[in-house]
Ligand binder design. Structure first.
Ligand code: ATP
Ligand code: MG
Length: 728
């Protein structure tokens, strides 16, 4: 008869317990959202420590975010109590990579106090290299090369191993030399970029078997969360550390104790080089692996789970799995789908719902808004400031704090308040106008001596000949621009003026020329900024509003709604989840539709699955019929994902009465395509009305409709029946 389970194991189901207690040998936990994968990992670490199978320092655990690592540390602390000294090696691939690299830096030509470059530093460095090679950075932008580098490093490729085609693709065939020169430069600077935090350790492990052997001896237990989103470099790094070896045998191990947990349906970083196949390869890499499936979901109600399972079953490229929940209370709300007129109404409705929930006693901390594209956040942030609702933006700066928004605002501030030196400094050479440090320093000295703000000082300075001709001409142009814009302040509509400023200054063009992955998002944000001005009378009025928004508290202690992208919501859970913007072109995102293939669309669908499965009690999806995308009002089509939600689990909210409130003229440009509320009614969810709209929108050829794969839903639960396609 087995002894009664200790407290920390008592609540686990048999499969979870097996995953915790099978401490020896390779284990793969492959299971859907909310089945307790992360909880299993945490408990497993506690278990290993409780049984004293290893010292904390002999455990290596990898999480996907630093936040997840902090939470896991906390929970382990609670589970084991104060009994254990020290902590496991617990962090993201990068943070563990740094730790390892610091110990052996000299082996790759670095000192242990090396610095880690941020993106800005990296771009500056690449620009210098391009200049040295006489490569025009208009034709060969530094950011493009930074992206290439990133891609190579994600795949674990060094200058010697990048494919010939790649090497030739950049800088007149100089890709390989540039990569080499870049690494040499980093080494002189005693610096690394993010990719090197894994690539250097990989090189060290490969070139120094004795060091690798030490790590084999050290790490008795290795654990990885979110395994489906590891990229090739991470995989290589992990495989080296998790090899069976003589040193492990000498230490008495008969197998590698590696435990990876993941969900192929939640692989959402393919665009950043993640390879879901790593999960499928596990049993080959670690022969004799125990594969454990968890099928009971502890997070969500049956309706939420049913909706998510139905949606994801449309994907063909999946392993397929069963999920069920015991949360069958008939009181539970269905997943709601709510239509709105435009994004402003969407934000207003969600704001009201949040206030209602709050009045009923729900905490803001338990609510989240998950968006597909970060530009969507702006409308919510503005609305919440107006309502006085606390919010926090997770995984990135708040809308008005983003780089491109701050730059744009700096331009507007200078126009409205010519003495705003901070703003002027920020943009005087952004975009690059050939105003170097020398010229700027001179301008500062000159202005200070004359007791003038910088812009006025500049107007003065360009009259004389203190500056060299090139910077003088550049600065004179800046002065001329600001004169003109200030003059237009009282006569031109402020949104037009704002757009003009960004165009004439070359700022918009700078991002248009930029081929980095973030550039399109930044342009979207700039358009959104201008759109948001529409709600204010004037540029100064708008700037005043911004000052207030910027001041809004963002404090971890206060009760606040979370706003974040779907990508950064991975692994998290909330009582109530709002999912706005379910429209074709936004979600699924246009980029995935343009690619044409199945894989991009399926990744979008997985993202939708991640979104729905974040909800514990309430999931509220919204879409609107008019959205301003890329600065233009477009009438939009409801997302195909809506059609794919099984009807039984969805409640369609009748279109709100506020439609009539908008005169067609006021919004401009959308004309006749006004969404017909009759096509959408509570009783006929997914009626031909939507399909008509889809056909009219020209999406007909790529759109397959809900494939209606049957989701069985019996008393016991919901089973998605997706079978993995033969392509793997
Ligand atoms: P995701 O795929 O979204 O990362 P996951 O599989 O990692 O999900 P967890 O976050 O570990 O799931 O667990 C989901 C929720 O269910 C958590 O609130 C967790 O505490 C709870 N949970 C997990 N297992 C149990 C259990 N045996 N008893 C009660 N609650 C549980
Ligand atoms: Mg998890």
């Amino acid at each position: 008869v087995a002894a009664p389970a200790p407290d920390y194991l008592a609540g686990l189901n048999p499969e979870q317990r097996a995953a915790v207690e099978t401490t020896e040998g390779p284990v793969l936990v492959l299971a859907g959202a909310g089945t307790g994968k992360t909880r299993v990992l945490t408990t497993r670490i506690a278990h290993i420590l409780k049984l004293r199978l290893a010292y904390p320092s002999q455990i290596l655990a990898v999480t996907f975010t630093n936040k997840a690592a902090r939470e896991m540390k906390q929970r382990i602390g609670l589970l084991v109590g104060g009994e254990v000294e020290g902590m496991p090696w617990l962090g993201t691939f990068h943070s563990i990579g740094v730790k390892i690299l610091r110990r052996h830096a000299e082996l790759v030509g670095l000192k242990s106090n090396f610095t880690i470059l941020d993106t800005d530093d990296q771009i500056r460095l690449i620009k210098q290299l391009l200049q040295a090679e006489n490569l025009d950075d208009k034709r060969w932008p530094a950011r493009t090369f930074a992206n290439l580098l990133d891609g190579w490093k994600n795949k674990g490729l060094t200058p010697d191993t990048i494919p010939e085609g790649d090497a030739r693709s950049f800088g007149n065939g100089k890709g390989r030399e540039l990569y080499r020169a870049y690494q040499a430069r980093l080494s002189t600077l005693n610096a690394t970029d993010f990719g090197d935090l894994l690539l250097h350790p990989i090189a060290i492990f490969r070139d120094h078997p004795d060091i690798l052997a030490d790590y084999h001896k050290r790490f008795r237990y290795i654990l990885v969360d979110e395994y489906q989103d590891t990229n090739v470099a991470q995989y290589l790094w992990l495989r080296l550390l998790a090899q069976m070896s003589d040193s492990r045998r000498d230490a008495g191990q008969s197998a590698v104790n590696v435990c990876c947990v993941g969900d192929d349906d939640q692989s959402i970083y393919g665009w950043r080089g993640a390879e879901v196949d790593n999960i499928l390869r596990f049993e080959k890499d670690f022969p004799g692996a125990t594969v454990i499936r968890l099928e009971r979901n502890y997070r969500s109600t049956a309706h939420i789970l049913g909706a998510a399972s139905g949606l994801i079953s449309v994907n063909e490229d999946r392993l397929g799995k069963t999920l069920f929940t015991d949360l069958h209370d008939p009181e539970h709300e269905k997943v709601s789908v709510n239509a709105g007129w435009d994004s402003e109404e969407e934000a207003r409705t969600i704001g009201e719902e949040i206030e209602q929930l709050q009045h009923k006693g729900h905490k803001l901390n338990d609510m989240a808004i998950l968006v597909r594209a970060s530009f969507q956040m702006r409308e919510f942030e503005d609305r919440f400031v107006t309502l006085g609702l606390n919010y926090r933006v997770i995984g990135g700066p708040r809308f008005y704090e983003r780089l491109e928004i701050r730059d744009a605002l700096a331009y507007f501030r200078c126009v409205c308040q010519p003495a705003d030196d901070l703003a002027f400094e920020r943009i005087v050479n952004t975009p690059k106008r050939g105003l170097g440090d020398v010229a700027i320093k001179l301008l500062h000295e000159y202005s200070r001596a004359k007791g003038l703000p910088l812009l006025a000082g500049a107007a003065d300075l360009v009259q004389g000949d203190e500056l060299k001709p090139r910077p003088r001409a550049a600065l004179a142009e800046v002065v001329r621009h600001f004169d003109r814009w200030s003059g237009l302040l009282s006569t031109t509509r402020h949104t037009d003026l704002a757009e003009m400023i960004l165009d004439e200054s070359g700022y918009t063009e700078m991002w248009q020329a930029d081929r980095s992955a973030e550039a399109p998002g930044r342009l979207e944000n700039l358009k959104e900024l201008i759109r948001s001005m529409d709600d204010y009378e004037s540029l100064p009025g708008f700037l005043e509003h911004i000052a207030l928004v910027m001041d809004a508290e963002q404090n971890a202690e206060t009760d606040a709604v979370s706003i974040m992208t779907l990508h950064s919501a991975k692994g998290l859970e909330f009582e109530t989840v709002f999912l706005p913007g379910w429209e074709e072109g936004l979600f699924p995102h246009q980029r995935s539709l343009d690619e044409g293939g199945r894989s991009g669309l399926e990744e979008e669908r997985r993202l939708a699955y991640v979104g729905i499965t974040r909800g514990k009690r309430r999931v509220k999806i919204t879409f609107v019929s008019n959205r301003r995308i890329h600065g233009m009002w477009q009438s939009t089509i409801p997302s195909r994902f809506l059609d794919e939600l099984p009807e039984d689990h969805v409640e369609v909210i009748e279109a709100s009465a506020s439609y009539g409130g908008y005169g067609a003229g006021g919004m401009g440009g959308y004309g006749a395509s006004r969404w017909d509320a009759n096509a959408f009614s509570a009783s006929s969810y997914g009626t031909p009305g939507w399909r008509r709209a889809q056909a009219a929108g020209g999406m007909g050829d790529t759109y397959q409709g809900g494939r209606g794969r049957k989701i069985e839903y019996n008393e016991g639960g919901v089973s998605g029946s997706g079978a993995r396609a033969a392509s793997t």
